[in-house]
Design a protein around this ligand. Structure first.
Ligand code: PMP
Length: 406
């Protein structure tokens, strides 16, 4: 990390140079979506200017360039995450990826008496699809509890892995607390009991080196827009045997080999799950994002964000009446906090006037907020392109607006 000039890295992100309410923007809402380097924006622009065509089997030159670019992104993503390219289903993001598992894997397999185990700290995208499956199959959704420090209670989790449990859905990194879950150990325990594992990697892939093969999970979902890529991109990684056994979720063009009114022969996975025209420009951009992150090196990204998190935690620790939720020893650069006597939305609104973007509210994690007995929190989430000066400016602004709120 020492050899990277982070000021130059920051200069790669055009949006970070703008002002908000006549103040320099401080963008601390990276867990929501990341900003994009010029290389990503230019890659998408280049696609539309030079080789815009569908990725169908058109024989013309533009069609083959677009198809090659799209399939090359799949290969680069696969290399980045240490998986096979033909096990990577490209889709619109984590939400779609998890729903694909829910509808294609879980729905045909689960029934009354079965259970789906999810953790207390899941994003709604890793809760609601399982509730929908449970409703339709008669299975139940069981909750693995956390401890007050925001870590999973592993003893409780293992105890909850009873024979009824067929599937375990867990976040790699919590979007609100930043907790990094010991996913490898959890998946090992689950596999020993024959439980299929779904890992929500939305907040992990952008912030640390993820070797999906080493995790030992069955499914891994992630989203492109949090990893410097465009919105509407993401992927589901799944073991080949699952992809082969699963029926398609969405039907249409591109996912078939032959269609007749007597019956349809599906294409091989992953194409079997990619009906219709995909977000080609978006994936071209995601390919540039992967190249960008790989060039920085995810270990360097993690180290940089670790330094920023330490600074942020210390700066917030000096503010009276401020409480941080969660203090996991292994934590990504996400800080959920509350300030006595100040509503989260009021704080975020006043901070916006200072040019500072943080999130306030429930963060698509209602069950987690219920655990802490709070209605809403603020959340500051960092990326490698944030700076120590921004953290100081944030802490100063927080003191100021807190004073205004009495
Ligand atoms: N899971 C987690 C942990 C997330 O942080 C998010 C995004 N906030 C999602 C799932 C959903 O991702 P998307 O909206 O890109 O589908």
């Amino acid at each position: 990390a020492g050899s990277i000039d982070w000021a130059r890295v920051r200069a790669d992100f055009p949006l970070l140079h703008r002002a908000v309410h006549d103040r320099p923007l401080v963008y601390f809402d990276n867990a929501n979506t990341s900003q994009k380097p010029a290389a990503v924006i230019e890659a998408m622009d280049g696609y539309y200017r030079r080789y815009n065509a569908n990725v169908s089997r058109a024989v013309h030159q533009l069609g083959s360039e677009a198809t090659e670019a799209y399939e090359d992104v799949r290969r680069r993503l696969a290399r980045f995450l240490n998986v096979r390219a033909d096990e990577l289903v490209l889709c619109s993001g984590t939400t779609f990826a998890i729903n694909l598992v829910a509808y294609s894997w879980a729905l045909p397999r689960l029934g009354p008496g079965d259970a789906i185990l999810v953790s207390r700290m899941e994003h709604h995208a890793n809760i609601v699809p399982w509730q929908l499956v449970a409703e339709r199959t008669g299975a139940t959704v069981r909750v693995a509890e956390i401890r007050p420090d925001g870590t999973l209670d592993l003893d409780a989790l293992h105890a909850a892995m009873t024979p009824e449990v067929k599937l375990l859905a867990v976040a790699h990194v919590s979007n609100l607390l930043g907790t990094v879950n010991p996913v490898r150990a959890i998946c090992r325990e689950a596999a020993r009991r024959g439980i299929v594992t779904v890992v929500d990697g939305s907040q992990a892939v952008p912030h640390r080196r993820v070797d999906i093969a080493a995790l030992g999970c069955d499914f891994y979902a992630f989203t492109g827009h949090k990893m410097c890529g465009p919105t509407g991109t993401g992927a589901l990684w799944a073991r080949r045997e699952h992809l082969e056994a699963m029926p398609p979720f969405i039907g249409g063009g591109e996912m078939i080999r032959e269609v007749s009114f007597e019956g349809t022969v599906f294409n091989d996975p992953p194409h079997k799950f990619e009906a219709g025209t995909p977000n080609i420009a978006g994936f071209v951009g995601l390919g540039a994002a992967v190249d960008y992150l790989a060039a920085l090196g995810m270990d360097a990204v993690e180290a940089r964000e670790g330094e920023l998190l330490a600074h942020l935690t210390e700066a917030l620790g000096d503010i009276d009446g401020l409480r941080i939720l969660g203090s996991a020893p292994d934590k990504a650069a996400v800080v959920a906090f509350l300030v006595d006597g100040a509503h989260a939305h009021d704080l975020a609104t006043l901070l916006d006037l200072e040019g500072i973007a943080i999130r306030s509210g429930q963060h698509c994690a209602h069950p987690l907020l219920q655990f802490y007995g709070v209605a809403a929190t603020c959340r500051a989430s960092l990326a490698f392109y944030n700076t120590h000066d921004e953290i100081d400016a944030f802490a100063a602004a927080l003191r100021k607006v807190r004073g205004l709120l009495g």
